[in-house]
Design a protein around this ligand. Sequence first.
Ligand code: NAP
Length: 489
Amino acid sequence: MNGGKIIVSLRVTSLAQLQRDIVSAQDCADLIELRMDYFDSDPSTLLGRLPSSEKPYLLTLRPKTQGGHREITEGERSAFWETVRTRGPLDRLIDVEYDYDLDNDGIEIVSYHNFEGVPPDLKSVYHDLLRAAQNRTLKVACLVQRITDAIPVWRLLENAKVDGVDVVPVAMGEAGEWTRILGLAHGVRFTYAALHRKDATAAGQLTARGLIERYRVKDLTKATKVYGVIGDPVLSSLSPIFQNAAFHHTGEDAVFIRLPVTDLDEFLRRMVVKNTREVELNFAGFSVTMPHKRAIIPYLDEVDETARAIGAVNTVKIESDRFTGYNTDARGFIEPLKRRIAELNGVRVAIIGAGGAARACAYALRQENAEVTVFSRDLEKAEMLGAEVRKFSALQREMKGFDLIVNATPIGMAQHDGVIASADELRGLKLVYDLVTSRDETPLICEAGLAGIETISGTEMLLEQGALQFEIWTGREAPRDAMAQALMN
Ligand code: NAP
């Protein structure tokens, strides 16, 4: 245990809602922040009626100018804090914005929020805060667009160490999620969380349950190995669910996070590579997804034979600052298929799409001596796969000539409407394999089901390629059942 605490931040919209939320927050919060700026009437009227709670309250009344929910006049603000002050004895802690001149014993946190980004003069902002804070904990929260924008916010920890104060650096937004998960491991006192995702009080805020159960943030230390999925986008990646379950199940001191990376070069240079990195996060490996699977290759010290043959890397292992690239997509794809069709020699397979995933599938199928045809909008790209090549538009017409089809396009993903083929068109196939990952049935899997055809979902491949990644990183057998169970829950 690192001793850090989780502050569950609640929007205070009505007394009835507060009563419900406070009961739910008891078993996941160490402190409960009451965001009084969500209350439309005079929040002072609530002070005498707050429900009892085993966990201490942290009162916050944040004006819109500081990123709060609504306009709050200076008069309203002073009246509120004066009521808090005179109500004593103080059994509540207070978070007050750095611009507010408040002399109150209960102040725990002095906060600064910037929703435009990280100011270039963050250091001088920090020094102003330091003066205002008088040894209280400083909270510095800035909205970030890119993962590396969070670096200066995070590095305030170094200043705080020298100055002997506590700072809570928060990079808001998806790109700053890592600061919320890894903070406690690096000695940050608090991390903020929502009770339910829909009620988050700041961008990128995770739920308290997610932080505790999925990321085990209170157990992490600086020695914990950090793995993550790098790609763009990664918000809907399912990998953190089953990789963290695998680490938990096997007792590995490791965590798996989402790393939304747009600029691969900058990310590796500033956050990962030994001599140039500006933060020490203890990265031990990555799962690599679109669009970086090929782009990462020049940064690696070694690339294994399969990844080299496919020309794409989906797994990186970092050992003694050496980077080795692997590809688990090929085996992740073929293992579930061989569980259905043990002998693939001579089986006629149509792969639809000619991107990175198609490349891994074609490689794996060729190893098994299957007869592979690739249907692609771009024939030139498909030719690189060493298979028969056809125009994508000919697929429906030629479908009957195959035993199975593999959808290696994003068609059917949430943001890509449509379906490759209808139940009628699919009839006659032995199997349909849709690489699109979804916890629900994809449109293609639904159509195949209607036609009574056996199917394999992208989730099955995802789990297998993830299990193989786990084995590369840890050298031990992956707990496949626990990983699948985590994904189903
Ligand atoms: P990619 O490299 O971007 O390739 C996508 C391919 O699909 C390209 O050939 C592209 O053609 C084609 N395509 C896209 N939209 C199309 C459309 N509307 N009509 C026809 N063709 C279209 O992506 P990828 O990495 O190969 O991934 C492909 C799919 O597999 C994604 O859904 C991904 O999530 C999934 N995947 C799943 C797993 C798993 O473990 N289950 C692993 C890897 C990938 P153009 O080149 O003409 O654009």
